[in-house]
Design a binder for this molecule. Structure first.
Ligand SMILES: Nc1ncnc2c1ncn2[C@@H]1O[C@H](COP(=O)(O)OP(=O)(O)OP(=O)(O)O)[C@@H](O)[C@H]1O
Ligand SMILES: [Mg+2]
Length: 365
């Protein structure tokens, strides 16, 4: 008897500059299990402007990931980068049904989206009655340039897989965050913190190879995002320069930590300090935005995901520099795993798989 249903599962595949990350999950009741996962590195330059440029190379990497992971599903959820998506909440007459919205959405979009309508894909979600007028409802427009979707879909098809869901990185991470929330400290008692009444905020930081994305979540919904143009590649570059290594050698040395004695004090510690300060700058953008009302919100904790979260001791430095409880996010903490899954590798790489995990969770929507 199959306890864990694998009926029509959807694979989560994160095609990112450093690697293809693939996960298949199953569920029994409220418990998830990792059925298969793989991380397949990508060569430099196969992604350009965060889109697949060399679709053949990436398709080969996806095929390898699929084979080595033992995944069975062929239907896939992928994500376009948050920065490649424009979202706007627009008012529409309350009596509009889905079909009316669909007819009118392109006209609405042309007012808000700085690209010709024929160059974008549009979607929408009805958010509910408008706060401003009883005759109106709020509709959230989501638009992205076609190339963001088409290049990813073509790559998947090239790899023999079936694109089933196109998501946005932010929404997929929101999905993962719901799993991470169990591990977050809960504010008890009143004290001076007003966060309880309004739902304390969490900052989710995805530190990648070239980009760092800051997401502010209220309960389990993202209310603010900011992309910052730095990532762990900077550390690779510094290692390569300091020790006269090629990028590949530096990348390898970074992961194993097998470098000269001065690596810690001269390079790694200053880099962690710099990352923490940059995260602090990102937070300042939120604190100075219209969304932030001083005294009403507090940030309760910071959760780190992405490759940067694997830098040993970064959580402690961020906590020291910024003064917030800081954790490394492991979406699989409460999950089991199938026999074929290398659970040590899964545990080690968990923060890298945050986005792929959020995509795989779409199987159970
Ligand atoms: N064990 C490790 N220790 C330190 N750094 C690591 C480790 N594993 C991976 N990294 C670094 O993490 C980065 C990759 O992270 P991640 O996979 O989250 O980025 P990405 O999603 O490909 O890129 P981006 O999010 O910027 O588009 C690389 O710079 C890599 O060197
Ligand atoms: Mg990433």
């Amino acid at each position: 008897m199959a306890l864990f249903t694998r009926k029509e599962p959807i694979l989560g595949i994160d095609i990112s500059p450093s690697a293809v990350k693939l996960i298949e999950l199953s569920r029994s009741g409220t418990r998830f299990r990792v059925e298969a996962f793989a991380i397949e590195p990508l060569g430099e330059g196969v992604m350009e402007d965060r889109n697949p440029a060399d679709t053949d190379d990436i398709a080969e990497a996806i095929k390898r990931a699929w084979r080595t992971s033992g995944a069975r599903a062929r239907r896939v959820a992928i994500a376009v980068p948050t920065s490649g998506v424009i979202t706007r909440t627009v008012p529409m007459p309350a009596e509009f049904k889905e079909s009316d919205i669909e007819t009118n959405i392109a006209i609405e979009a042309s007012q808000y989206i700085p690209y010709p309508v024929e160059e974008i894909y549009l979607d929408f979600e009805v958010k509910g009655p408008s706060q401003v007028s009883a005759d109106m409802q709020d509709v959230m427009l989501v638009a992205t340039r076609k190339e963001n979707v088409d290049t990813r879909e073509a790559t998947l098809k090239n790899a023999g897989l079936i694109p089933a869901i196109v998501d946005v990185e932010a929404y997929a991470l929101e999905n993962t965050f719901r799993l991470l929330m169990d591990g977050l400290p809960k504010k008890e008692g009143g004290g001076l913190s007003l966060s309880k009444a309004h739902g304390g905020l969490t900052a989710l930081i995805d530190i990648g190879a070239t980009m760092t994305n800051l997401y502010i979540l209220q309960d389990d919904s993202i209310i603010f995002t900011r992309e910052q143009g730095f990532g762990c590649d900077l550390l690779t570059v510094r290692i390569a320069e300091a020790y006269g290594l090629s990028r590949e050698q530096a990348e390898q040395a970074k992961r194993t930590g097998q470098l000269a004695d001065d690596y810690g004090p001269m390079i790694l510690e200053p880099f962690k300090q710099m990352l923490a300060e940059q995260i602090g700058h990102g937070l300042q953008f939120f604190f100075s935005s219209d969304l932030f009302v001083s005294g009403r919100y507090t940030v309760d904790s910071i959760v780190l995901v992405g490759g940067g979260a694997l830098i040993m001791g970064l959580d402690r430095v961020v906590a020291d520099v910024l003064g917030y409880t800081t954790l490394v996010g492991n979406p699989f903490k409460n999950m089991g795993s199938a026999g074929r899954v290398n659970s040590n590798a899964l545990l080690r790489d968990a923060p890298l798989l945050a986005l792929a995990c959020g995509l795989a969770l779409r199987s159970f929507d």
